[in-house]
Design a protein around this ligand. Structure first.
Ligand code: AMP
Length: 483
């Protein structure tokens, strides 16, 4: 049906086609199919796509091509600015620019905080064409007079929703003020809450909307299991599973940084080598942990949601939701760490009696019930959601409300539920309503490297199932301090 099934038909230059081929890409992903032609035409693009969909190439390739087409004379100046929320993601974007521009006369660089500024300043002074940056260090170096953004032709705001979650809105506004009026803009976000739509409206001009939403991920290739248990048993179950299954590359998700650190220690006591990655770790520690994880010397990475964003490590066989995320979307991001590049993977979710409401929210979002493993020795029926239970947190013992009196009964839990998430009542209709869409999406293999089917791409293009994203608007700030 669609003729746009190869990179040639997207209008890319020979140089870039060669680079793409050298990377081993044979088929463009949906976000690439949808974004590259309008970007080459000079349009702004608003992309609802998360890491793992191939969005970096979707913006990097056309940006490089136009830069090559419109060469400049004299000393290099920053023509493209890519803003990214985390250091890891920024580094990965820069790595991608390296791969795609290797046959071109392009100088690019990544700058982020947590490391010395001198090498960054040196490269800036030499002149750059493309700058990839996190907001803090960018503004810092602008303040010191090392960066001039007045000639930027392309502005890319990547992972915009995370940017806002992490409190970068002011910084983004400051940066926007320093850019010239005439420029091409791209905004990518995994979700499209109102706050992002507003931000997009403030600087995109007549943008083409590209939507490859997270629910289109191949959750069907990921085996999922939910295990009900008491909080106190989580560690033992985790150790048991890791040992029994001889996990060589697995990610464990905790809700808090402190929880991640504690768990790494505890795993160590059980002779399991693990490293934590979260926002409080120094850049050195994060790079080291990631390198060890990539080369296989550290089999287990314990991560918080924000820190794990954009970690693109292949061959992750296991994802453990040690704590269930309070944002249902995060569950999809987490399990998407495995089963990449056409492989399969398994995602375990541990659910204790305070988390059953989160499970309800997750299952509503993904439109399916996660299969229960009740055969493990720690199985605890008190953690199973009650029929009709609403999504949201159930107070635990540290809360002010009553605890469940009887561990083996479900009866008391209903009263102990915390206030449902803001909006949850309003959202319920939506959630139910979207269920069929979600299920339908499970049939679409939208993962990078895997989508060779033009019909599938078509379907994805036509799928304007955005309501799930929009309705998440009020909850985006909740996690900020936890990660
Ligand atoms: P991204 O979503 O940009 O982080 O990309 C995720 C991964 O997919 C990266 O490792 C890319 O190298 C890879 N990738 C991007 N585009 C393609 C493609 N068309 N075919 C295969 N792999 C790709």
């Amino acid at each position: 049906m669609s003729i746009m099934t190869d990179f040639q038909s997207l209008g890319l230059s020979e140089t870039l086609l060669k680079a793409v081929e050298d990377e081993g890409y044979t088929t463009p992903t949906p976000v690439q199919v949808q974004s590259i032609p309008p970007l080459l035409d000079g349009r702004d693009v608003l992309g609802v796509a998360q890491t793992g969909t191939g969005k970096t190439a979707a913006f990097a390739l056309p940006v490089l091509q136009i830069m090559e087409r419109r060469r400049t004379q004299g000393k290099r100046y920053i023509r493209a600015l890519i803003l990214s929320p985390t250091r890891e993601l920024a580094a990965q974007i820069d790595e991608r620019f390296d791969a795609y521009s290797k046959n071109m006369d392009i100088r690019h660089r990544v700058i982020f905080g947590g490391v010395k500024q001198n090498p960054q300043v040196r490269d800036l002074n030499k002149g750059l064409d493309i700058l990839v940056a996190t907001p803090g260090r960018l503004l810092d170096l602008i303040g010191q007079g090392f960066i001039d953004l007045s000639k930027v032709e392309f502005f890319v705001l990547d992972e915009a929703d995370r940017m806002l979650d992490m409190g970068f809105i002011r910084d983004i506004e400051k940066v926007l003020k320093l850019l010239p009026k005439k420029r091409q803009n791209l905004l990518f976000s995994a979700t499209m809450p109102k706050s992002i739509a507003k931000l997009a409206g403030s600087f995109l001009n007549n943008a083409v909307m590209v939507d490859v939403s997270p629910k289109e991920m191949t959750v069907d290739r990921i085996e999922q299991k939910i295990m009900f248990l008491r909080k106190a048993d989580k560690r033992r179950l985790l150790v048991k599973l890791i040992k029994e299954q001889k996990v060589e590359r697995g990610i464990v998700f905790t809700r808090t940084k402190h929880g991640a650190n504690r768990l790494v220690k505890q795993l160590g006591q059980s002779n399991l080598s693990a490293a934590a990655i979260h926002g409080n770790k120094s850049q050195g520690a994060r790079t080291k942990a990631l390198a060890g994880f990539k080369d296989g010397t550290i089999p287990i990475l314990v991560a918080t949601d924000i820190a794990s964003r954009g970690i693109d490590v292949e061959g992750i066989t296991h994802v453990f939701n040690y704590d269930l995320p309070n944002e249902p979307e995060s569950y999809i991001h987490r399990i998407g760490r495995t089963a990449r590049a056409g492989r399969s993977g398994i995602a375990y979710a541990f659910c204790d009696d305070t988390e059953s409401g989160y499970l309800v929210g997750i299952q509503q979002l993904i439109g399916q019930e996660i299969p229960v493993d009740s055969q493990h020795e720690f199985h605890f029926i008190g953690a199973i959601p009650k029929p009709g239970q609403k999504p949201g947190k159930v107070k635990d013992s540290s809360g002010t409300k009553k605890r469940p009196r009887n561990n083996n009964s479900n009866n008391s839990r209903g009263q102990n539920q915390n206030r449902p998430r803001r909006n949850s009542n309003n959202n319920q209709g939506n959630r139910g309503g979207n269920r069929s869409n979600t299920t339908r999406n499970n049939n679409n293999n939208n993962t990078t490297r895997n989508n060779n089917n033009s019909n599938t791409i078509r379907n994805n293009n036509n799928n304007s199932n955005n309501s799930n994203h929009r309705r998440r608007s009020n909850s985006s700030n909740r996690n900020r301090n936890e990660n």
